[in-house]
Design a protein around this ligand. Structure first.
Ligand code: CUA
Length: 327
């Protein structure tokens, strides 16, 4: 392939990778919009400076091969090497800092509050309603469009970083303290979040999804999350529910409305309704549940949950069907 053709093919690929549910360049939130504008100004400025430097280099090497006088050389070094970068960086600094108050605004007090804790390697999510009721879920958040929702971020052990590129900035989750960030979605959709701070072997397998909903749909979603799990619907689900408890799953996981009340792992009360499994890495279906149960440590290295490879296929499918039915 011709070099320029190859270069344009690469450019197309690079730009295509800027789209999708996890793109800071396709903002779906007020804060992401501000950050994207800053990015484009910086990218534009970088291109202008790059072209100017190349132009000057070509001029110096090809067009004007005589040496400059000492005075001109000093002017060029002080002007181009000290004054110009200082001014450009100062303007960018002021522009960047001027965005901080808006990005740090946590919105009006009251309303729904969300706390997210970074675990190895998943996200513990806690919603507190306006009237003070609390519900725990995992690896998924939902937000009402057009409203500013504040997040309290923490971690019990190592540093993680909470980031939904399409919606806003990123914020570290540091053990021993609570950091805050707010997100204000502007577009209905489902967006992908990721851990943006190396936190151990399965750091790259620590993702989640953020649903942006109409306010009424958000209220319905939250009301549903507050409800306990419904009873198993068929004989296979019933068998799965029995095996789930018999194999000790309930000592690490909670399924509200049943005897399972463990708090070590993700709450599974409505796990079947989530967009993905295993913190954003598997489809949410019976097959993936069974795969996850059987090969947990292969799918997510060093995870706390052991693999249940000792279970036969019948038991795996029963438990998987039960969990998938926890809508
Ligand atoms: Cu959590 Cu990286």
């Amino acid at each position: 392939m011709h070099a320029s053709l190859r270069a344009s093919a690469l450019l197309v690929l690079l730009l295509a990778s800027c789209e999708g549910p996890q793109s800071a360049l396709q903002p779906a939130g007020r804060d992401a919009e501000r950050i994207a504008v800053l990015f484009w100004w910086m990218a534009g400025g970088a291109v202008v400076i790059w072209v100017a430097v190349l132009g000057i280099a070509v001029y110096a090497v090809v067009l004007k091969q005589r040496a400059h006088s000492d005075r001109t050389a000093r002017l060029l070094i002080v002007g181009g090497g000290v004054a110009f970068p200082s001014v450009v960086l100062f303007v960018l600094l002021v522009y960047g800092l001027s965005m901080m108050p808006a990005l740090l605004d946590l919105g009006p007090p009251g309303g729904v509050r969300v706390a997210v804790s970074g675990e190895q390697w998943w996200w513990r999510v806690r919603y507190t309603t306006e009237d003070g009721r609390t519900v725990e879920l995992a690896n998924e958040i939902a937000l009402p469009i057009g409203e500013r929702t504040a997040f309290a971020l923490s971690s019990p052990d190592v540093i993680h970083s909470f980031w939904v590129p399409s919606l806003g900035g990123k914020m570290d989750m540091v053990p021993g303290r609570i950091n805050h960030i707010a997100l204000e979605p502007t577009r209905i959709g489902i967006y992908r979040g990721a851990c943006a701070e190396y936190c151990g072997s399965s750091h790259a397998l620590m993702n989640f999804y953020a649903r942006v909903l109409e306010p009424a749909a958000f209220d319905a979603w939250l009301a549903h999350q507050l409800e306990p799990a419904g009873p198993p619907e068929g004989p296979l689900e019933e068998r799965g529910a029995v095996l789930f408890l018999a194999n000790g799953c309930g000592s690490c996981h909670t399924v509200r409305g049943t005897e399972a009340d463990g708090v070590v792992g993700p709450d599974l009360t409505h796990v079947g309704s989530r967009y993905s499994l295993g913190a954003g890495i598997l489809e949410n279906d019976v097959e993936s549940f069974a795969r996850w149960l059987e090969h947990t440590e292969r799918i997510k290295p060093d995870v706390n949950m052991p693999s249940f490879h000792m279970l036969d296929d019948e038991a795996l499918v029963a438990i998987a069907t039960y969990l998938d039915g926890l809508e």
